[in-house]
Design a binder for this molecule. Structure first.
Ligand SMILES: O=C(O)CCC(=O)C(=O)O
Ligand SMILES: [Fe+2]
Length: 245
């Protein structure tokens, strides 16, 4: 399948033009750090939903035990496990990294190099809501695939470091977003958020938690260098690590 069968024309054009202006022209930022844009074709959303439903039916029939997306969801499936890993690699490399490079340069947006991709399912017979949390990602892509539902709004409460993750929010950090099928939301993993109850129907969203292992390694290296520098000569010796410091 060709990208034009997945993506809406405005999104394809902005990515192909590959300039900061072209990306800014399709992206709205209704609250600081929450980006939204039209992304997937309705037909592609339907195909992906059908694929997820087939997979769920097969899991039910065979009683096969599958990995659920994360510790917070009882329903949904990890997409990397059913053959979509290559497609998700391309989605991150060709589409999400160029956007993150412009909007999230300070958290490794330009060096996103690994991901965890999954679908979540909400409604009366699935998960109902999702509590306040941060994601295990540098940048998260969340696209609504359908089907028909009410409720399920994402609520945002501002970005914090690990130490301050449970502190209060400023009024300007409080923002609710209503999902629209085909439309994407992109935010930092550490932007605190949750999803309100899906009160009727069936909501299915595609999530791609994008990470930068390169950035993690750079931070660990800088931290170790700093620790090394503050150790006394004796303490350095005691580590048994020999170097020419
Ligand atoms: O249900 C949603 O749209 C939010 C999902 C989410 O935040 C997550 O899976 O990390
Ligand atoms: Fe999340």
């Amino acid at each position: 399948m060709h990208p034009v069968t997945f993506f809406v024309p405005s999104f394809m054009k902005a990515i192909n033009d590959n300039t900061e202006d072209s990306l800014r022209s399709i992206i709205s930022q209704p609250s600081p750090g929450v980006l939204t844009f039209e992304m997937l074709q309705p037909r592609f959303c339907e195909l992906l939903v059908a694929e997820v439903e087939n997979f769920e039916a097969w899991v039910n029939d065979t009683k096969f035990r599958i990995m659920r997306p994360n510790t917070m969801n009882k329903y949904g499936a990890v997409l990397d496990d059913f053959g979509l890993e290559t497609m998700l690699d391309k989605l991150m490399d060709g589409f999400i990294r160029p956007i993150s490079k412009v909007f999230f340069p300070d958290v490794g947006g330009a060096t996103l190099d690994s991901h965890h991709g999954f679908v979540v399912e909400y409604g009366k017979d699935w998960d109902v809501d999702l509590g306040f949390h941060v994601d295990d990602s540098e940048v998260t892509l969340n696209v609504c695939l359908g089907k028909q539902f009410s409720g399920g709004e994402l609520f945002f409460r501002g970005t914090r470091c690990d130490k301050h993750v449970n502190t209060g929010s400023q009024p300007e950090e409080i923002f609710d977003y209503s999902h629209i099928p085909g439309r994407a939301v992109l935010h930092l993993g550490r932007h605190r958020h949750g999803a309100r109850a899906t009160t009727s129907g069936h909501r299915i969203n595609l999530l791609l938690w994008c990470r930068s292992l390169q950035r993690d390694e750079e931070i660990s290296k800088r931290f170790l260098e700093l620790v090394w520098r503050v150790l006394t000569r004796e303490e350095r010796k005691a580590t048994g690590i020999h170097c020419c410091y």
